[in-house]
Design a protein around this ligand. Sequence first.
Ligand code: NAD
Ligand code: GLY
Length: 359
Amino acid sequence: MSTSLEVDLAAHRYPIRIARGLLDAATDWRGALRGRHALIVSDSNVAPLYARRLQDALTHAAGEVHVTTLALPAGEAHKNLDGVAAVLDALATLGATRDACVLALGGGVVGDIAGFAAACWMRGIDYVQFPTTLLAMVDSSVGGKTGIDHPAGKNLIGAFHQPRAVMADLDTLSTLPDRELRAGIAEVVKTACIGDAGFFAWLEAHADALLARDAAVLEHAITTCCRFKAGVVARDERETGERALLNFGHTFGHALEVETGYDTLLHGEAVAIGMLQAARLSAQLGMAGADDSERLRALLLRCGLPAQPPPGVDTVALLARMQLDKKNRAGALRLILWRGIGRTEIVSDVEESAVLAVL
Ligand code: NAD
Ligand code: GLY
């Protein structure tokens, strides 16, 4: 099975391929490379598994391209300026000119760092996303948000820089640890929560198959999420409106990630907790029924995701973290809340006391 979608932006359109064996199938993505320099950016877990294959495939298909691989230290704690500097240094060593291409091979951390470095090198060079986590396949590889964390908050430094192509090789999911798979499922559930109640019901029916990595079920989930996100990004690339909905659960989740030092919760786990907090706040504000929060909680728990923050997290500190969120305007909290499953909206001026009550 193989799926081809497209992100259709005013100035640029690019393909999303979802299939098995894409890493080796250089004929499918060779055309995305314009020049003679390519840098594969991966991490210390993914590079030993897949970088050689990508490099060999490229060398075989295009012997004239100079290609090297950089393996960054794995994990969210390394999504910082050091990682970006390492990519820029590697591009300099490679002699990368403006027509060079970065191949981001890994999860969302690699994709975000590599994409941001590509946005910076010579004021912007090409990059191709090769996502290897479920989370990166359903969310982070699509849409051109690149960047890194700052001790003050998640993703505070970054740029919009669209990839030339997204190549999701489903075979790579076979080595993904179970906990990472579950974290990716959180972003799948998020897609359903935002705008597709039918997909939510489908997830309720297929949660076990998803956890068991049923190939057809995984491909359907990834395709549904990519199609949904491609549509949102095409309508609102720079997040002036609708795209903010993709952050359902994220203001709460990001605050939790920062407050717990990036090493307790995975991003998807923090988003799971955050979505439930957003759903409960919506119920508390009278926007939605508590039964929808309960359905969300049940689905998250079935998918092996946490539904409440780890013990000992300071709620006042969390609220302070939320106040530095990129969606806020004029010092007022703007949150993505819902009117029920599949019906999210942006809500401005949310009272801090109401937020504290669900934290
Ligand atoms: P990650 O990149 O840290 O990958 C998770 C872990 O799995 C890492 O240890 C990695 O080395 C390992 N791994 C990756 N692929 C593997 C494979 N196939 N086999 C074995 N191990 C593998 O985390 P993630 O969950 O992919 O991404 C989270 C990041 O994505 C966060 O920083 C988040 O902010 C970002 N994000 C960005 C966007 C966006 O639009 N740019 C959207 C959502 C999330
Ligand atoms: N993950 C949120 C976005 O891409 O806008």
